[in-house]
Design a protein around this ligand. Structure first.
Ligand code: COA
Length: 276
């Protein structure tokens, strides 16, 4: 059966939120809004015009592209809508390296379409125990933006200007770490309905990543969420010891198993799973 796929607009936001609720995903209105600004949403509707399937593709230049918000309403599951949306999104992505974070529900579909697991994201949550670390970090200023862009491009190997331009407004706060007068790391924290979500964290090493997380947490109320990249077990151990413990994991998958661009050793936490 063929499923007509249309481009979504911000007017579809209520439909997206109903779809997310149907799959017991949190009501992340600000996140959907950001994704519509930096990416393209695709949808499938039922005969009454209600959104019953979604996927968002965010392109970073021609290098890389992130897929997110792959959702099919429960009552329409297993009828090929997820496959149709993903096939469409892959065609739109052209030659870019296409990556995503897969839940257990999505993984069988992605494997059938040629995605290969290249890593694991460990989602930790909790209240960070008070802790003192060196060096201290400071709030980012507008004149730090060129350094933030440089660090982000090194770690991600792709042009994320559209996302980074919106980050100062989207994030609750951004911090940078300076060594010898040079910005060598940056991190942000933003809100979803349940947590203060720390991300991205880009740093030279685990100690600097910890310094950035602690600097942000010190000024942030409520439980934290950290989506920790599996390459850095020491950071996961530190988070666990300090009260931010593992909640669930997702699989990082790349289409055709291509290597992700960029210097991933410096990449500790994505901005969000939907964007990398
Ligand atoms: C994942 C999801 C989008 C799939 O949508 P769907 O419309 O039900 O999927 P489809 O009917 O297109 O099925 C796609 C393929 O995956 C296969 N598949 C789906 N679930 C499977 C499972 N648990 N085990 C094995 N294969 C499975 C189907 O057999 C089908 O294969 P085929 O096309 O070769 O026949 C849907 O289950 C969903 O919204 N889940 C909750 C949200 C979620 O976790 N999304 C993924 C985020 S990463």
């Amino acid at each position: 059966m063929s499923h007509a796929i249309t481009v979504l607009s911000p007017r579809d936001l209520p439909g997206c939120l109903r779809l997310a609720q149907d799959r017991e995903w949190s009501r992340e209105e600000d996140k959907w809004r950001l994704l519509f600004e930096v990416g393209t949403g695709y949808g499938v509707r039922d005969d009454a015009g209600e959104l019953i399937g979604s996927a968002v593709l965010t392109r970073y230049g021609t290098e890389a592209a992130a897929v997110s918000m792959v959702l099919v309403a429960r009552r329409h599951g297993g009828r090929g809508i997820g496959r149709a949306l993903m096939t469409h999104v892959l065609a739109q992505a052209g030659d870019a390296t296409v990556f995503l974070n897969a839940t257990g529900y999505g993984r069988p579909l992605y494997e059938k379409l040629g995605f290969v697991q290249v890593g694991v994201t460990h989602t930790h949550t909790g209240h960070l125990a008070p802790t003192r670390v060196e060096p201290s970090t400071r709030p980012a200023r507008p004149d730090d933006l060129p350094a933030i862009r440089r660090l982000d491009a090194q770690a991600n190997g792709a042009d994320r200007t559209d996302v980074l331009d919106r980050l100062p407004d989207f994030a609750e706060r951004l911090h940078v770490l300076e060594r010898h007068g040079r910005v060598t790391g940056y991190a942000g924290v933003w809100r979803n309905p349940d947590h203060a979500v720390v991300g991205p964290v880009i740093a030279d090493d685990t100690d600097d990543a910890i310094a950035l997380i602690v600097g942000l947490a010190r000024e942030t109320d409520g439980p934290l969420r950290l989506d920790l990249d599996g390459r850095h077990p020491q950071l996961r151990a530190w988070a666990t010891q300090h009260g931010v413990t593992e909640w669930f994991t997702t699989d990082v998958m790349v289409h055709d198993g291509r290597p992700l661009p960029g210097d991933r050793e410096r990449w500790f936490v994505p901005l969000m799973q939907a964007l990398g």
